[in-house]
Design a binder for this molecule. Structure first.
Ligand code: DAT
Ligand code: MG
Length: 140
């Protein structure tokens, strides 16, 4: 597998509890290099756009309100097989199902307040990176 880039969000439940550094340390320990990082606060329209694929799901309102409730940290992670590696480090969506040592097992509060987002495929990774960062901001 070649070197890939993936997009990550440290979510409001984690920034609020000062877990930004602890989560970044997990990425770095897994061999993922943080090549871009910024702290922002989403508007409701941006949160609805970002999670548009889930717009028909019953939890959409709760999810988008949560995502705008506090600042988030958006990052680009680079490394060997970065998309799958990041999903592995994140753990399962529901922290109750997440493996030991994963971010969600250690830090997530619930299936909704689950501390991190990570792209699920090369196409979504490219789209999500381009939505939040210009090429000049990616310093590999
Ligand atoms: P993931 O973030 O692991 O890629 P997903 O894409 O299926 O998971 O869902 C996006 C987010 O939506 C997820 O991180 C938290 C929220 N979510 C998913 N399923 C949920 C549910 N059953 N109840 C509440 N929130 C949910
Ligand atoms: Mg997803």
């Amino acid at each position: 597998m070649a070197i890939q880039r993936t997009f990550s969000i440290i979510k409001p439940d984690a920034t609020k509890r000062n877990l930004t550094g602890a989560i970044a340390a997990k990425f770095e320990a897994a061999g993922l290099r943080i090549i871009a990082s910024k702290r922002i606060q989403l508007s409701l329209a941006q949160a609805q756009d970002f999670y548009g694929v889930h717009s028909e799901r019953p939890f959409f309102g709760e999810l988008t309100e949560f995502m705008i409730s506090e600042p988030i940290v958006v990052q680009v992670l680079e490394g060997e097989d970065a998309i799958a590696k990041n999903r592995e480090v994140m753990g399962a969506t529901n922290p109750a199902d997440a493996a030991d040592g994963t971010i969600r097992k250690e830090f997530a509060l619930s299936i909704g307040e689950n501390s991190v987002h990570g792209s699920d495929a090369p196409e979504t990774a490219a789209e999500e990176i381009a939505y939040f960062f210009s090429g000049l901001e990616l310093v590999g």
